[in-house]
Write a protein that binds this ligand. Structure first.
Ligand code: HEC
Ligand code: HEC
Ligand code: HEC
Ligand code: HEC
Ligand code: HEC
Length: 369
C-alpha cells in the first residue's frame, strides 16, 4: 500500500513537472486586454522576483533559506505561478527562482490572481485556494460579452470585489519567532473603501479590445513603488498656526498603517520661505523597527518590535513645531518615504541602488501666511 501510494505520488508529481505552464502566461492576455496588460507589466506584481526587484534580491541573498537550503519558500507569494511551486514550498527540496524559467518570472500573474477561488486563513500566513478550472477566470463585471479565449465566472466570488482576493498574500507574515513581520489590517472596509477600490481604481481606457468600454480597473497596483499619486487623497495634511508655534496634522484615512513593510521609512519635511531664504525645520521619521536582543535585525532573526512610530490605520497625528510663523511666510510640508530605511542600506549592500536610496515624495502642500 505504501509503495503504491509513493508510486502514485511520484506519478502525479511527474505530471505536474511536465506541465510547463500551470497558469496561462500573461502574454496570452495582451492581444485582447492591452491596457490592463501594459499597466500590469510595470507593476510590482509582475516584478516581484529576485531577478527583477533588486530590493527583494538583496534580502533574499542573505536569507537562510537561500544560503542553507537553496529553496525559495518566498515563491508562495512572490512567484506563485511557478511550475515547481510545490518544491519551493517543501522543506528538504531544492528549488531556486530561475531567470530562464518563464513561469518564475511571471510573478503574480494575471491567470494566477484570477483563479483564486477562496482564502484559507492560517496563523503564519494565509493560503490561496486555487480553482482547478483552467482558462476560467473570476471577475466582477455584471454584463460582460463572451470571451472567445476563456470562460468567465462572476457568481459566488464576492472576494474579487471586496478585496479578499488580496489577503491570501497581504494579510500578515509571521516568522518562526512568532513575530508578525508585516501585517495589513484586513478589516479593510473603511467608509466603503477596500484594497481593490483604493489600489485598483477605475481609469479611462477599454477593458478589452473586443468590446469598447470607457473605463477599466487600473492594474498597475498603486503603492509605495509606483503610482502613489493615486493614493494621496487618502492622506490629508493641514496646518494650524498658533501664537508662538504651529502644528502639522496628518490624517491617515487609510485602513492600514501608512507603510507596511518593515524596510520602509516615512519622513515629514517642513521648510519655511521667508524673505527669499529657506529655513529647514526638524525632520520627523515614521518607522517600524524590528529586532532581537535590543538591536535591529533581519526579518528572519527579529523576535520583537523595537520601535513603532509609523502612522497607524485611520490615525490623526499632530506634530508640534516650536517655530513662530510671521505674516508673509510660506510653509511647505512634504510627506514621503525611503523604500529602504537608510540605516538598512549598508547591511543590505543597497547604498548605490536608486529605488532603495531615493526619497519618494508622496504629498507636498504649501501654506501662505
Ligand atoms: C505570505 C506571503 C509572502 C511571503 C511568503 C513572502 N513575502 Fe515578501 N512580500 C509579500 C508582500 C505582500 C509584499 C509587499 C509588502 C509591501 O509592499 O508592504 C512583500 C514585499 C517584500 C519585500 C519588499 C520589496 C520591495 O521592493 O520593497 C521584500 C524585500 C520581501 N518581500 C522579501 C521576502 C523574502 C526574502 C521572502 C522569503 C524568504 C518573502 N518575502 C516571502 C508577501 C510575502
Ligand atoms: C481573444 C480575446 C481575449 C483574450 C486572449 C483574453 N480575454 Fe479576457 N476577456 C475577453 C472579453 C471579450 C471579455 C469581456 C469584456 C467585456 O465584457 O467588456 C473578457 C473579460 C475578462 C475578465 C473579466 C471577467 C468579469 O466578468 O469581470 C477577466 C478577469 C479576464 N478577461 C481575464 C483574462 C486573462 C487573465 C487573460 C489571459 C490569460 C485573458 N482574459 C485573455 C477577451 C479575451
Ligand atoms: C500571490 C500573492 C499576492 C496576491 C494575491 C496579491 N499580492 Fe500584492 N503583492 C504581492 C507581493 C509579493 C508584492 C511585493 C512585490 C515586490 O515588492 O517585490 C506585492 C505588492 C503589492 C503592492 C505594492 C506596490 C508598490 O508599488 O509598492 C500593492 C499596492 C499590492 N500588492 C496590492 C495588492 C492588491 C490590491 C491585491 C488584491 C487585488 C493584491 N496585491 C494581491 C503578492 C500578492
Ligand atoms: C493581484 C491580482 C490581480 C492580477 C495580478 C490581475 N488582476 Fe485583473 N482584476 C483583479 C481584480 C480584484 C479585479 C476586479 C476589480 C473590480 O471589481 O473593481 C480585476 C478585474 C479584471 C478585469 C475586469 C475588467 C475591469 O477592468 O474591471 C479584467 C479584464 C482583468 N482583471 C484582466 C486581467 C489581466 C489581463 C491581467 C494581467 C495582465 C490581470 N487582470 C491581473 C485582480 C487582478
Ligand atoms: C482607504 C484606501 C486604502 C485601503 C482600503 C487600502 N489601502 Fe493600501 N495603501 C493606501 C495608501 C494611502 C497607502 C500609502 C501610499 C502608497 O503606498 O502609495 C497604501 C499602501 C499600501 C501598500 C504599500 C505598503 C508598503 O509598505 O510598501 C500595500 C502593499 C497595500 N497598501 C496593500 C493594501 C491591501 C492588501 C489592502 C486591503 C487589505 C489595502 N492596501 C487597503 C490606501 C489604502
Amino acid at each position: 500500500m505504501k509503495l503504491f501510494l509513493t508510486l502514485l505520488i511520484s506519478f502525479f508529481s511527474l505530471l505536474a513537472n511536465n506541465k510547463v505552464y500551470p497558469y496561462a502566461p500573461s502574454e496570452d492576455c495582451k492581444a485582447c486586454h492591452s491596457n490592463i496588460y501594459n499597466e500590469f507589466t510595470e507593476s510590482m506584481h509582475a516584478n516581484a522576483t529576485p531577478q527583477k526587484d533588486p530590493i527583494h534580491a538583496s534580502v533574499w541573498e542573505k536569507h537562510p533559506q537561500n544560503i542553507k537550503q537553496s529553496r525559495y519558500g518566498c515563491g508562495k507569494c512572490h512567484t506563485p505561478a511557478a511550475n515547481n511551486l510545490d518544491k519551493m514550498k517543501t522543506k528538504g527540496e531544492k528549488a531556486l527562482p530561475l531567470a530562464e524559467n518563464k513561469t518564475h518570472q511571471a510573478g503574480i500573474s494575471c491567470a494566477y490572481c484570477h483563479r483564486i477561488e477562496s482564502i484559507a486563513l492560517h496563523k503564519k500566513h494565509n493560503t490561496n485556494i486555487m480553482s482547478a478550472k483552467e482558462k476560467n477566470y473570476f471577475g466582477t463585471l455584471k454584463n460582460h460579452t463572451e470571451s472567445p479565449y476563456h470562460g468567465i465566472q462572476t457568481e459566488n466570488n464576492i472576494h474579487m470585489k471586496n478585496g479578499n482576493v488580496c489577503i491570501g498574500c497581504h494579510s500578515h507574515k509571521m516568522n518562526k519567532h512568532g513575530l508578525n513581520v508585516c501585517s495589513t489590517n484586513i478589516d479593510n472596509e473603511l467608509n466603503g473603501a477596500n484594497c481593490v477600490s483604493c489600489h485598483m481604481p477605475k481609469v479611462s481606457g477599454s477593458i478589452s479590445n473586443m468590446h469598447k468600454t470607457d473605463k477599466h480597473t487600473f492594474h498597475g497596483f498603486a503603492g509605495s513603488h509606483f503610482h502613489s499619486n493615486m493614493l494621496t487623497p487618502y492622506v490629508d495634511i493641514s496646518l494650524l498656526r498658533q501664537i508662538d508655534n504651529f502644528i502639522v496634522n496628518i490624517d491617515n484615512r487609510t485602513s492600514h498603517a501608512l507603510l507596511l513593510h518593515p524596510l520602509r521609512q516615512a519622513v515629514l519635511k517642513v521648510s519655511v520661505e521667508r524673505g527669499g531664504k529657506r529655513i529647514t525645520l526638524k525632520e520627523i521619521t515614521f518607522e517600524r523597527v524590528i529586532g532581537h536582543n535590543g538591536k535591529p535585525a533581519m526579518p528572519w532573526k527579529a523576535s520583537t518590535t523595537l520601535k513603532d512610530s509609523m502612522l497607524k490605520a485611520n490615525e490623526k497625528r499632530a506634530i508640534l513645531y516650536d517655530f513662530k510663523i510671521q505674516n508673509g511666510d510660506k510653509v511647505t510640508v512634504v510627506l514621503g518615504w525611503f523604500l529602504v530605511n537608510p540605516k538598512a542600506l549598508k547591511p543590505l549592500q543597497l547604498e548605490h541602488n536608486k529605488p532603495a536610496t531615493e526619497f519618494h515624495e508622496f504629498k507636498k502642500q504649501s501654506f501662505n501666511f
